[in-house]
Design a protein around this ligand. Structure first.
Ligand SMILES: NC(=O)c1ccc[n+]([C@@H]2O[C@H](COP(=O)([O-])OP(=O)(O)OC[C@H]3O[C@@H](n4cnc5c(N)ncnc54)[C@H](O)[C@@H]3O)[C@@H](O)[C@H]2O)c1
Length: 239
């Protein structure tokens, strides 16, 4: 019960990595609010659903007001919602670029702008931003996604300083996962996935629970002296 009594918000919590995190946090005693555009693909007695587009700042502020009215505080925020719209740079449309930035980067900003200051006031909080191996090393055909995930690392380091500047016990870290078997990889051809597996030291792709456990560490008190850090969880991959 490493999160007993804590209130956690997980964006993109309906499936994939967000599902694995929400279920694990809930198993560890947290009350979890899984926010997503689509309904949950699972049921857990400690996980409640709220429909939200993280790119919509008004809707985000409304959500946070309601969550505070019901739960009084938010202790853990996992900014996990994310999308891809891949294309080579010369073919990438304005729409593809702007959509990925608005969900993956502005969405993270919207959520943290609404929740981070409340954590500072409560003198307690852990913010975990889900970046990517692509944000650290770049990747062909993913200029929009790489920019959004690299931007998340800048936000993480900024918030680690900003929310703790008056001495509040608020931490902010990022996780940069490698390739993990979820729906987001549906459009990646099998031969490319095999190549990605070969690029890892462990010679395999990751499983959602392997990211969820890293997130649990950063959410819990076990990481109480860790902030401003980017934790790479990628089987030793270098792109
Ligand atoms: N799976 C991987 O290999 C991998 C690797 C590195 C980073 N990531 C990152 O991990 C996060 C989770 O990815 P996943 O693999 O579970 O993908 P996924 O597609 O299975 O799940 C993403 C979830 O985010 C939700 N979502 C999308 N846009 C949203 C919005 N505007 N508002 C609220 N919710 C929204 C989707 O409905 C979905 O439930 C993403 O940020 C992704 O970029 C994934």
């Amino acid at each position: 019960m490493r999160l007993l009594g804590k209130v956690a918000v997980v964006t993109g919590g309906a499936k994939g990595l967000g599902q694995a995190m929400s279920e694990l946090f809930a198993d560890q005693g947290a009350k979890v609010i899984a926010v997503d555009m689509m309904p949950l693909t699972y049921e857990h007695k400690n996980v409640e659903f709220y429909q939200l587009n993280v790119a919509d700042s008004h809707a985000v502020n409304e959500f946070v007001e309601k969550a505070i009215a019901t739960h009084e505080r938010i202790d853990i925020l996992v900014n996990n919602a994310g999308i891809t719209r891949d294309a080579m740079t010369r073919k990438m449309t304005d729409e593809q670029f702007d959509l990925v930035i608005s969900v993956n980067l502005k969405g993270v900003f919207n959520m943290t702008r609404a929740i981070g200051p409340l954590m500072e006031t409560n003198n307690y909080g852990s913010i975990i931003n889900i970046s990517s191996v692509v944000g650290v090393y770049g990747n062909i055909g993913q200029a929009n996604y790489a920019a959004s995930k690299a931007g998340i690392i800048g936000l993480t380091k900024t918030w680690a300083k900003e929310f703790a500047r008056k001495g509040a016990n608020v931490r902010c870290n990022a996780i940069a996962p490698g390739y993990i078997m979820t729906d987001i990889l549906k459009t990646v051809p099998d031969e490319l996935l095999k190549r990605f597996a070969d690029l890892t030291m462990l010679k395999r792709l990751g499983e959602p629970h392997e990211i969820a456990y890293a997130t649990l560490y950063l959410a819990s008190e076990e990481s109480s002296y860790v902030t401003g850090h980017v934790l790479e969880v990628n089987g030793g991959m270098r792109l």
